[in-house]
Design a protein around this ligand. Sequence first.
Ligand code: AMP
Length: 196
Amino acid sequence: MNFEQFSFDPAITAGIRAAGYTTPTPIQEKAIPLVLAGRDVLGLAQTGTGKTAAFVLPILQRLAKGVSRQTRALIVAPTRELAEQIHQTIVDLGKGAKVKSVSIYGGVSKGPQAAALRHGVEIVVACPGRLLDHLDDGGIDLSHVEVLVLDEADRMCDMGFLPDIRRILKYLPAKRQTLFFSATMPQDIRGLADSI
Ligand code: AMP
């Protein structure tokens, strides 16, 4: 098994090579074809399994085809550390794809985030609270989002973000691809997954 089977754009293949990935991890092998086919995916995966690249690579493939500077992918994560890590994976794997990403989280000034949003980015990686701040300000338009990723959904619920996530969902087009990743699947997470 190698990455050739997915027929990624050469710019993305170059990113995979530069990152030193040769063999897809089990979650990548299972999830990438489904995500490329536009299917919704419910992934049970811990950190360290390669789950980030499992959703980042197909998103880059979708966006590299027509770079538009509109927000077409939204990734929601519970902590700034995870948001930064996902953003960095996008930067590393997407170097040749000309796709822009920004990370949005609290505890730092809003100005640079608002400026990046104004300039236009295809991918927003956000923690729920600060994302809602920008939505309340009218500083971000989610009406063009084609792919929503909820990463570490169980942790977001543990941290009390469920009402924020439900509010964010209202800003998104109903017709979209949804990728839902969680390390565990207790009843409330199953309920959230079912409802979206
Ligand atoms: P994640 O579970 O997404 O946090 O990824 C864990 C680590 O595995 C990260 O450091 C990735 O760079 C690395 N990684 C992801 N996919 C692969 C792969 N196919 N081959 C080697 N390393 C990988």
